[in-house]
Design a protein around this ligand. Structure first.
Ligand code: 9MG
Length: 287
């Protein structure tokens, strides 16, 4: 990333950093979070090792492509996805967290379960990423007990119901107020503000008009004063705008990441790390 991004951009802060346990991630430039899904077992005999090793290799590749951190998830949050038991989620995620952390890669763990948050913290994760905004009983306590960074996301409804008929009066104001309240709850539970990241939750109980309003109105959430994470990669809204199927949404996703960063996002969560990193380098050099 060329020098001087922070000095010429209202949202990037010279000398600021996100506290992730003993690690510090710089906030003087946009950060890229790569996505690693740990899929269901392919085979009952030894499949779990096979699937973990695929996820570990994928995480290593994304880090080599320039990801600042990788987000490991063992339970899909897609609309209508089947829930995963606690034991299954632990078995999928923790070996991957341990292996990638041991290689020096900053690992975020995407989970709604306090027990997984605690195990992931013990395994050395750098961030806990909860699409449920740490609202489950015990989640705030697990966040406070961990030294990791904490990403609290907005979601209307649950993954099973969220896309049936999402409604808002003023989506930007409602999401901003929800996130401000979650930040207050996290701080009251003992999470320092230098560890907190907020996320409007694109696609989580939002239709296309809601998502577009949130991208355009991202500044209202940025103005709360916490780093903002934007996850737009390959989502339905990219398909609705471009008419492309999931496998063809890279260009649309990169464009969306750039606009999110332009509007103040500090972290973009993406599948396609290499093109996003290159696009952000060009954005930083030309803006
Ligand atoms: C797990 N997951 C899927 N989409 C996401 C998004 O937009 N933000 C965050 N924080 N996590 C997400």
């Amino acid at each position: 990333m060329p020098e001087g991004v922070a000095s010429r951009h209202p949202f990037f802060r010279v000398n600021a950093s996100l506290h992730c346990g003993p690690r510090r991630l710089p906030l003087d430039r946009p950060l890229v979070m790569g996505i690693v899904n740990v899929t269901a077992d392919s085979f009952s005999d030894g499949g779990r090792f096979h699937d973990a090793s695929i996820a570990i290799a994928h995480g290593e590749r994304l880090a080599a492509e320039g990801a600042d951190l990788v987000d490991v998830g063992g339970e899909s949050t897609r609309p209508g996805a089947a829930p995963v038991s606690l034991d299954e989620e632990l078995a999928r995620v923790i070996p991957v967290v341990k292996a990638l952390s041991a290689k020096g890669i900053a690992v975020s763990v995407d989970t709604m379960k306090p027990e997984v948050m605690r195990a992931a913290s013990d395994a050395g994760c750098a961030m806990l990423n909860d699409v449920n905004g740490f609202r489950a009983p015990g989640a705030l306590e697990a966040a406070a007990a961990s030294g990791a960074a904490i990403c609290a996301m907005h979601m209307q409804g649950t993954p099973a119901t969220m896309q049936s008929d999402p409604r808002y009066g003023d989506v930007v104001a409602e999401v901003r107020d929800f996130l401000a309240a979650r930040a207050r709850s996290l701080e009251a539970a003992g999470v320092g503000r230098e560890r907190i990241v907020l996320d409007p939750g694109f696609g989580f109980g939002k239709n296309l008009a809601h998502n577009v309003a949130l991208v355009k109105g991202l500044g209202a959430i940025v103005s709360l004063g916490y780093p903002v994470l934007a996850g737009l990669s390959r989502k339905r809204m990219i398909g609705e705008i471009t008419g492309r199927v999931v496998a063809e949404r890279t260009a649309g996703s990169v464009a969306a990441a750039l606009v999110a960063v332009q509007n103040g996002a500090a972290i973009v969560r993406v599948h396609d790390v290499l093109p996003t990193v290159d696009a952000l380098k060009v954005w930083a050099a030309l803006r």
